[in-house]
Design a protein around this ligand. Structure first.
Ligand code: ATP
Ligand code: MG
Ligand code: MG
Ligand code: MG
Length: 468
């Protein structure tokens, strides 16, 4: 059975043989793009090549890109622990054409790789296309996909945009049917969000440019941008529908079970999954220079860490345990990502300190939460003031409180929380009138979180440089 490390190599080797330059993953913190919180897809490091602002000595590239989707436009934090297919950290395998090949080659490349090299049975595969994209329809038919397996979708799921303006175009997605023993329906159906039909690969055809006045014109340079989740293709090649059954995730889940002396598949199963996932995002973020803090990227990191620590606590771990799992991660992924090994001591120390500190208030905060809930009627949401007290006094990020409540089918009065937060900020502002960059960045990320940042907002092509 191929490991995730094997599958990554097969992918990169396949596209290298097709004339692609193998390019290293860019760091999770995008250089020259203050508007994007973390790299969240393979194309991020190539933005300037797609817009034609930058040229390199290759027009085809392939990568395994580190991605974090835990804030901004793509936020999968709330999916972790609940779906079989989402992580906050994952690797996106991609092939890219910068004005080189287009649909006629991109589709056959993908089809050949998954059906011939990965040996995935064609009768398990479905594809979606943008409803007006007859070219893609014809190419899928030509490679051998039956017409009733090519599903036309009219939503933005199959129309990609770099931002409100700029390159855009239709996309096509490949889905795998894991079988009727798992709940879920085909793409485009109301049950799509189940785990039966899982999207494995997304291929974008950049063929238009969107302008501010709403008009769109065909691009002179047509490009390809693709992304396939390593853990998703890995799960299916390892005989499961669940990303958390892959060799790497399983090793981390077992490390979590060992460190907490509990059963990896027992009642604490969900906790182990969340811990394994958050261990990866946390460790990779620290290795790429993010440190826990109270605003911006550092606060996203802190939120992920604390969420994991609450799950560790629920497993009954008396002492800090997250740092004990780092060696297992380095064993799994250190060869592909040497920055992990280089930062190992820093990662362990940061986790240990953060968990030691958070443990001092976690217990009391959870007790307060229970007491509050006990005083409420069954369906009532937790009052904003209580959630704010948990945030302000006990260091519970709002999403951690929500995560805790979701398990009990309860929610938070978020408007009340926002009001309590606004009141405290107003007080603080009255007491202190400075204007620091950190505060500005925090406000930006607050807005981005609230409204869903676009990757492209304010992206300045004049100052961007080569990023590899
Ligand atoms: P989904 O609809 O399942 O959330 P997506 O359409 O948001 O996926 P894309 O933005 O198209 O995902 O990303 C390209 C590929 O990356 C997906 O086809 C999938 O294989 C993988 N992927 C996306 N999000 C995640 C995630 N949170 N965890 C693991 N793999 C992911
Ligand atoms: Mg998604
Ligand atoms: Mg999708
Ligand atoms: Mg997609």
């Amino acid at each position: 059975m191929p490991t995730l490390n094997d599958i990554r190599s097969t992918f990169l080797n396949y596209f290298e043989k097709q004339g692609h330059e193998v390019v290293a993953s860019s760091p999770l913190v995008p250089r020259n793009d203050p508007t994007l919180m973390f790299a969240n897809s393979g194309m991020v490091q190539f933005k300037n090549l797609f817009t034609g602002v930058e040229h390199r000595d290759y027009t085809r590239a392939t990568t395994a890109q580190k991605c974090v989707r835990a804030g901004g436009k793509h936020n999968d934090l709330d999916n972790v622990g609940y779906t079989a297919r989402h992580h906050t950290f994952f690797e996106m395998l991609g092939n890219f054409s910068f004005g080189d090949y287009f649909k006629e080659e991109a589709i056959p490349f993908a089809w050949e790789l998954i059906t011939k090299h990965f040996d995935i049975p064609a009768e398990r595969l479905y594809t979606t296309i943008y409803h007006t994209d007859d070219e893609a329809f014809e190419i899928w038919k030509k490679v051998g996909v039956p017409e009733d397996r090519i599903i036309r979708i009219a939503t933005s799921d199959n129309f990609w945009q770099m931002g409100p303006t700029g390159p855009c175009g239709p996309c096509t997605e490949i889905f795998y049917d894991h079988g009727d023993h798992i709940w879920g329906g085909p793409p485009g159906s109301p049950e799509e969000d189940g785990d039966r039909f899982i999207e494995i690969w997304n291929i974008v055809f950049m063929q238009n440019e969107q302008f501010e006045d709403g008009s769109m014109k065909a691009l002179d340079m047509q490009s390809i941008d693709t992304g396939m989740g390593l853990e998703r293709i890995g799960a299916l090649l390892q005989g499961s529908h669940d990303n958390y059954d892959t060799d790497t995730m399983r090793a981390l889940i077992e490390a979590s079970a060992d460190a907490s002396s509990s059963d990896p598949d027992g009642p604490g199963k969900t906790h182990h999954r969340v811990i394994a996932d958050h261990l990866r995002s946390t460790s990779f973020l620290i290795a790429d220079g993010v440190m826990p803090s109270n605003d911006g990227r550092g606060y996203v990191l802190r939120r992920i860490m604390r969420r994991a620590m609450r799950h560790a606590h629920l497993l009954g771990a008396q002492d800090p345990m997250m740092h004990k799992l780092v060696p297992a991660l380095v064993r799994q992924m250190g060869a592909a990502y040497p920055e992990l090994g280089r930062a190992q001591a820093l990662i362990e120390e940061t986790l240990r300190l953060e968990e030691t500190r958070f443990k001092q208030t976690l217990d009391r905060g959870l007790k307060l939460l229970d007491d509050e809930l006990a005083s409420l009627s069954n369906e009532a949401p937790l009052p904003g003031a209580a959630a704010f007290k948990l945030y302000d006094t006990y260091g519970f990020p709002l999403d951690l409180t929500q995560d805790a409540l979701r398990e009990k089918g309860r929610s938070v009065d978020t408007e009340g929380f926002d009001a309590a937060m606004a009141e405290q900020k107003a007080k603080a502002r009255a007491a202190w009138s400075g204007s620091g960059e950190a505060a500005d960045a925090a406000v930006w990320f607050d807005l981005a979180e609230a409204h869903g940042a676009t990757d492209f907002l304010g992206y300045d092509t004049e100052t961007a440089e080569g990023q590899v």
